[in-house]
Design a binder for this molecule. Sequence first.
Ligand code: SF4
Length: 119
Amino acid sequence: MSEQKLDRRKFFERALMVGAATFGAGAFLSACKSDAKGGGDATKAKKAPAAAAQCTDASLSDAEKGTRKALQYVEKSAQAGKNCGNCKLFQKKDPCNGCTAVPGPIAAEGYCTAWVAKA
Ligand code: SF4
């Protein structure tokens, strides 16, 4: 009888070990799958430079580039307390910010002569 209890105990111990091993393997494979699909943090870091490269005025027409130039848009404001990020016309978007007055991608740190204080 005691030998039979011992066997039952061993059976449950082994069942627990198999269950734990299965759960662990599942969690491991899930983590690997996420990295392979691009869901990991490492891929997000790779995504940022691509988005930054996409946010250039290279694809704008001559007229759009002319508007940017006419309004003296710069990517780094030299005006104390005035930048695109605190301008009423600024449009926060992903991956490139925009503006209702100036065509093309807009840097939050940028500035142009059409700057309007947020109300
Ligand atoms: S109006 Fe000028 S300062 Fe304002 S968000 Fe547009 S580009 Fe920036």
